[in-house]
Structures are given as structure tokens and as C-alpha cells.
Design a protein around this ligand. Structure first.
Ligand code: NAG
Ligand code: NAG
Ligand code: NAG
Length: 378
């Protein structure tokens, strides 16, 4: 009887606890170590890269997303690129009233790096967000998840990366796949692109930055310096036309607790070499065709151990600390909240009515059990 009451009390408490949104740092760490802790490069480690791609595809499928494998030719004759796409179609799918919103991150790495932070962590965060959003399939607007191939390309001695000069998964997606997948002009709200997002270091002087910060982004540079130059923030960068996405992210970040993890927003004035630090990922493919997207990053090689480990062998599992996982979890909760607001569940009111009445039922059952238990022990 006591066990039964305890069970009911537990049910009651779990009904009243606010949503932790299921972001599970243990799962994140395990998934990183199982699928994102070795090089994922088409020459250095094609087998592991293929396994990771298969894992992402199977996760999308298991969540019930419409899953697509987008293969594209690269400038290396014998190598095909593979983007993995998960679509949660809204009621307005393929009509002009859709307002598609998505998350993207590249899963490939440079030749000799395990790429745990660049960019395993971001893919894991995307998969967690997809997992939390997909059990509520009835939305008006379409959710879109993409794991990009060929964001990176060559060895560290070769500074060329795919999206700068050769084949690029995100550019192929935008120019080939998206054009064919939708037959109406896109109702596009935007894409949150993550690249290298997990490094958090709140020790003094762990953050440095390109000169452009001090020249153009004085207030952010001041805010970071006045705080002891700590790498304790996430960066979100967009153009003027991406302001709505940036503001939505900012608001959700502020509301998701853990204020030790800060956020700095940047409005990028131009896509020129001067602003190269803000142009280093797949959002550029969207910016080039005037589609809304923002870039989310921990600033990569401008922070603590990643100054030495960016694109190198030491971007590996043993650098991962509990606070780094918590930092990534906050990014994940923020994205879940943003997407859930931009593409709300239809009939949300009746769903929460249902939850409320089952909550009330648990309260009644728990009281009944306590009363019975009380009489039994007398
Ligand atoms: C593709 O061809 C190049 C040059 O012939 C070779 O060095 C490379 O290993 C090949 N890549 C794969 C993945 O087979
Ligand atoms: C993450 O997983 C690795 C490998 O399984 C383990 O050694 C490590 O202690 C875990 N790290 C954290 C912060 O939980
Ligand atoms: C979904 O779209 C319908 C019209 O098709 C509208 O009546 C309804 O309010 C929308 N619901 C949400 C949650 O946006």
C-alpha cells in the first residue's frame, strides 16, 4: 500500500514539475562518444563517416520524420556527398501559407580531427531537439532538420574548406534539393545553423576575438572584456533581415534559466572578408540566396582549448566537461522552445486541458491513497 501511495505521489510530483523538455545530457554524451568521436572524413575515415550518416538517418526515421538522403556530386570525381534531411510536415506543407523553420548542422570533419565539438555536439543537439518536437506532429508549419555533408573538406595544412571553394553540402541542398522538393514558392521563416557550440570556459581570459570585434562590435567586445574575457557565452549572428530569428532565440535563451551561460548577438553588416569570423558555416548558403538563417557558435578557435584543437586531433571526448554538456543542453532547450513557438502544435489548448485533467486525477488518487494508507497504519 505504501509503495502504491509512493508511486501515486511520484506521478503527482512528475505532473507538477515544469517541463525539463527531456534534454538528456547523458544521452548526449553517450551519443557523442559512440557516433561523433572519430574523424568523419571521406578519405581519412569514410567507414566511420558512413556509419554516422546512417545513425542520423535512422534517428530521423525512428522519430517518424520523413527522411531523405540527398546525394550530390563533389568536385572529387570519385566522392559523393550525402546530406541527411528530416521533415516534419505541417498542415500547410507545400502551400503558400507554410512558414518553414529548421535546424541544421554539418556532420563531416576535417581529415585528422575527431570533431567532437566541431561539429558532433551540434548534430547531437539537433537530434535531441527533433526528438522533443516530433511527438507532437500536428502543426500548421513544417519543421526541417538537416545534417550537412561537406562543410569541411581537406587537411589542416590546406586552408580551403568545402563551402569556400569546392563542393558544399548546404549549397547543394539549397540549389538542388530544395528547389525540387517543394513545388510552390517557399514560405520560409528561417534556419538555425549550429557550428561548434559546446565549448564553455568561464575562466578569465579564455576568450579572444578577431580584430573586427573591437572595430565593429565594440559593445560586445566591451561586455566580454569587462567580464574578465571569459568564454562563457554563445554567439548568435545574423544579418538585419534575420533579426526576427535572432530576437526569438535571444528571448527563449533568457527564459531558459542557467544565467551563467550568456548570449551575445551580432548583426553582420556585409558578407565580406572583413567579417570572415561570421561566415564560417552553412548559413552562408542560405544568405547567398536571400533566405533567412542565423549562425550559432561558441566562436570555435577563439576560445580556450579550441585555439589549439580546432580542426586538430585534440578536439576529442576527453575535453568534454559536465558544464559543456549543460551549455549544449541550454542551446537545445532554447531551440525547442523557439521552434515550438514558431510552429505551434495545433489544438494546443485541448492538449493542455487533457494534461490538466490527468493532473487533477493524479492529485485525487494520491489523496485517496494517503487516506487509505493512514487508516491501514492505525
Ligand atoms: C579518390 O581519388 C583520389 C585520386 O585518385 C584518391 O587519392 C582518393 O583516395 C580517392 N578517394 C576515395 C574516397 O576513394
Ligand atoms: C562522457 O562519456 C565518456 C565516454 O563514455 C565518459 O568517459 C565521460 O566521463 C562522460 N563525460 C561526462 C561529462 O559525463
Ligand atoms: C492552423 O491553421 C488554421 C487554418 O488552416 C487556423 O485556423 C489555426 O488557428 C491554426 N492553428 C495554429 C496553432 O496556428
Amino acid at each position: 500500500m505504501a509503495v502504491f501511495s509512493l508511486f501515486l505521489l511520484f506521478t503527482l510530483v512528475s505532473q507538477l514539475t515544469p517541463c525539463s523538455c527531456g534534454v538528456d545530457t547523458v544521452w548526449m554524451n553517450t551519443t557523442l562518444s559512440q557516433h561523433f568521436s572519430q574523424p568523419r572524413h571521406h578519405v581519412a575515415n569514410p567507414g566511420y563517416k558512413q556509419q554516422t550518416m546512417t545513425f542520423i538517418r535512422d534517428e530521423f526515421r525512428a522519430l517518424g520524420l520523413e527522411t531523405h538522403i540527398h546525394t550530390f556530386p563533389t568536385l572529387l570525381g570519385n566522392v559523393t556527398g550525402v546530406n541527411v534531411i528530416g521533415v516534419l510536415k505541417g498542415r500547410h506543407f507545400n502551400t503558400p501559407s507554410d512558414r518553414i523553420v529548421g535546424i541544421g548542422a554539418h556532420y563531416d570533419t576535417m581529415r585528422n580531427t575527431p570533431g567532437v565539438n566541431d561539429n558532433g555536439a551540434a548534430v547531437v543537439v539537433m537530434l535531441q531537439a527533433a526528438r522533443e518536437l516530433s511527438p507532437h506532429p500536428v502543426r500548421n508549419y513544417t519543421l526541417f532538420f538537416v545534417a550537412f555533408d561537406f562543410e569541411e573538406w581537406e587537411s589542416s595544412s590546406n586552408i580551403r574548406v568545402a563551402c569556400g571553394h569546392i563542393s558544399c553540402g548546404s549549397k547543394s541542398l539549397v540549389k538542388q534539393w530544395m528547389e525540387n522538393f517543394w513545388s510552390v514558392p517557399l514560405g520560409w521563416r528561417g534556419m538555425f545553423i549550429m557550428d561548434t557550440i559546446m565549448n564553455f570556459d568561464n575562466s578569465r581570459s579564455s576568450q579572444h576575438f578577431p580584430r573586427v570585434f573591437e572595430q565593429v562590435f565594440r559593445s560586445q567586445a566591451q561586455s566580454i572584456n569587462s567580464d574578465g574575457g571569459r568564454g562563457d557565452f554563445l554567439m548568435v549572428a545574423g544579418r538585419k533581415q534575420d533579426k526576427m530569428l535572432q530576437q526569438a532565440f535571444h528571448a527563449a535563451w533568457t527564459n531558459s534559466g542557467q544565467p551563467q551561460f550568456e548570449l551575445e548577438s551580432f548583426t553582420v553588416p556585409a558578407m565580406t572578408a572583413h567579417f570572415e569570423a561570421f561566415l564560417r558555416s552553412d548559413h552562408v548558403a542560405f544568405w547567398e540566396v536571400q533566405m533567412s538563417a542565423v549562425f550559432i557558435s561558441d566562436t570555435a578557435d577563439y576560445r580556450s582549448y579550441m585555439s589549439a584543437c580546432y580542426h586538430q586531433a585534440c578536439d576529442r571526448m576527453d575535453k568534454v566537461t559536465p558544464s559543456m554538456l549543460d551549455f549544449a543542453a541550454k542551446t537545445c532547450r532554447t531551440l525547442i522552445s523557439v521552434l515550438d513557438k514558431m510552429a505551434p502544435v495545433v489544438d494546443a489548448t485541448s492538449a493542455s486541458d487533457g494534461q490538466r485533467s490527468s493532473g487533477i486525477l493524479s492529485v485525487c488518487l494520491a489523496i485517496l491513497a494517503l487516506v487509505l494508507c493512514h487508516f491501514q497504519t492505525r
